[in-house]
Design a protein around this ligand. Structure first.
Ligand code: PGA
Length: 249
């Protein structure tokens, strides 16, 4: 199976940067070794969709409202994203959990609303440095998964991808080790097995994210139980992302 590479631009790139980025990416991406999902800012989604029209590159959003529609000033609904041709959405990124105080209950509602509207959810989980230092990593991930996926039907998991993103590794230059990532993948798959089924635990795609770069991505993304990676900082460099997407094994 091809690896899945997800790029999260966060609140970076101006529309002119996005235009040049996608023109280059689309013209040089082979699509042979990896599936690629790029998540630009909401405002750049129509342009990104237009420029990836004839390409295997998929577009994701970085966030979505838990509400279907109505008086929610500043929010963007799953239906609106779907209408723009968006296929994926990041939910539960630590930026949202910490800086925007999103709870597991809200994340669970967002996932349900996104799934109902036909979006694939990339659900991010991961521990803080304090959790890690007190050996609570697996307990924290397990609690997040139990609460975030509560009430989902097993067949809905076909549209759910889990990204293990230790918070201490995001944007810090300190990536998790192969052993950390393999253990986390086991905990994630065990949670899926116990809450859904063995088949679901085997089939679900699990990604690693947190300070991935051109030097460390190969061992981290070929860990047992890992199907791809979520790239933040590196993904702003089109040549670096292209190099990884075209050469990953
Ligand atoms: P990073 O970000 O690759 O810059 O650590 C990853 C993420 O936030 O998803």
């Amino acid at each position: 199976m091809k690896k899945l590479i997800v790029a999260n631009f966060k609140m970076n790139q101006q529309p002119s940067d996005v235009k040049n980025y996608f023109i280059k990416f689309v013209s040089l991406f082979t699509g042979v070794r990896a599936d690629v999902v790029i998540c630009p800012a909401y405002l750049d989604i129509p342009l990104a969709k237009f420029l990836t029209n004839q390409s295997p590159v998929k577009i994701g959003a970085q966030n979505v409202s838990d509400e279907e529609e109505g008086a929610f000033t500043g929010e963007v609904s799953a239906k609106m994203l779907k209408a723009q041709g968006v296929e994926y959405v990041l939910i539960g990124h630590s930026d949202r959990r910490i800086k925007f105080k999103e709870s597991d209950k809200l994340i669970n509602k967002k996932i349900k609303t996104a799934l109902k509207n036909g979006l694939k959810c990339i659900v991010c989980v991961g521990e803080t440095l304090a959790d890690r230092n007190t050996e609570r990593t697996y307990e924290v991930i397990r609690k997040q998964l139990d609460e975030d996926l509560r009430g989902l039907y097993e067949n809905e998991l076909e549209s759910v991808i889990i990204a293990y993103e230790p918070i201490w590794a995001i944007g810090t230059g300190n990536n998790a080790s192969v052993k950390d990532v393999e253990n986390a993948a086991k905990v994630i798959r065990r949670a899926i097995n116990e809450n859904f089924s063995e088949k679901a635990s085997r089939d679900i795609q699990v990604l690693y994210g947190g300070s991935l770069n051109e030097k460390n991505y190969a061992p981290l993304l070929s860990c047992t139980g890992i199907d791809g990676g979520l790239f933040g900082g590196l993904s702003l460099n089109v040549n670096a992302l292209l190099n990884i997407a075209n050469s990953i094994k």
